[in-house]
Design a protein around this ligand. Structure first.
Ligand code: SAH
Length: 245
């Protein structure tokens, strides 16, 4: 079921159940009362990534804090997406854009990786987490993707879980069309890897191409920027073997 875009949706930490009174934190209260100017009785949606999405009504509005009563479960908790996205961190603004887009596009696990040509060597995980939650609130994703601690690509590859097939977006691929390769992977758990602005090194490409559970795909005839490549790769995966199917 597609999400309701009329009502404000907030991600909260508390467990959620019918009839309960939810105390909203200061930041949420301030946003609802002062930025959106919602009044007592206004409706909004809340979710916590575990208990589905709930319609609730604002109550007990104080000067700085508000509560809400949960009135109805509007969407049950979906199964978490199993799609894993591995990507090399790029400049901060575009990095935040990338994690927002991955969340919108249905990533279940987000794994930053440091590759030979990665320019950024530190990632502000808290900021990325905040961007993921905000994207989920906006587009109605009820399962917050899991952000994993950044690691070196080669370390991840040496411990690769054979149950999962890695789709590696290779800007040096000789063909243009990723669909035939993807169609052969239907029914498999998928991870997709997008490289940094500097592309993959020859050493990384060789290691990837020699691994058993890895397929390389092209993304058309042009070299895409890393953020465009990531959105294109997830779209084509969702459309051929994922949840657009
Ligand atoms: N500097 C590199 C391009 C890197 S693009 C060069 O000039 O060759 C960043 C990442 O996006 C790549 O590592 C790859 O994972 C992905 N990508 C971009 N264009 C692609 C394409 N046409 N096919 C497959 N992957 C692509």
């Amino acid at each position: 079921m597609r999400a309701n875009f009329r009502l404000q949706r907030l991600h909260v930490d508390a467990d959620l159940s019918a009839g309960m009174m939810l105390d909203l934190n200061r930041e949420h209260s301030n946003y609802l009362l002062n930025a959106l100017r919602l009044k007592e009785g206004s409706e909004l949606l809340v979710f916590n990534g575990r208990d589905g999405e709930w319609l609730c009504e604002l109550k007990n509005i104080g000067r700085k804090k508000a509560s809400a009563t949960l009135t109805e479960l509007v969407r049950t908790q979906p199964i978490q997406s199993s799609l894993m996205v591995l990507f090399a961190p790029i400049k901060v603004g575009r990095l935040e854009y990338m994690v927002q887009k991955m969340t919108e596009m249905g990533a279940g696990i987000i794994q930053p990786v440091f590759t030979d040509h990665t320019q950024l060597h530190k990632v502000n995980e808290k900021r990325l987490e905040a961007n993921i939650v905000e994207a989920a609130e906006q587009c109605g994703v009820l399962s917050i993707p899991e952000l994993r601690t950044p690691q070196k690509l080669l370390n991840i590859l040496t411990q690769w879980d054979d149950e999962r097939h890695l789709v590696f977006c290779d800007e040096g691929h000789e063909t243009n069309n990723p669909i035939p390769t993807l169609q052969e992977l239907a029914s498999k758990e998928i991870a997709v890897l997008v490289g940094p602005e500097g592309g993959f090194s020859e050493k990384e490409r060789t290691i990837l191409n020699e691994m058993d559970h890895v397929s390389s795909i092209p993304l058309g005839p042009r070299i895409l920027r890393a953020d465009t490549a990531m959105v294109s790769a997830i779209s084509i995966i969702q459309a051929t073997i994922g949840d657009w199917n």
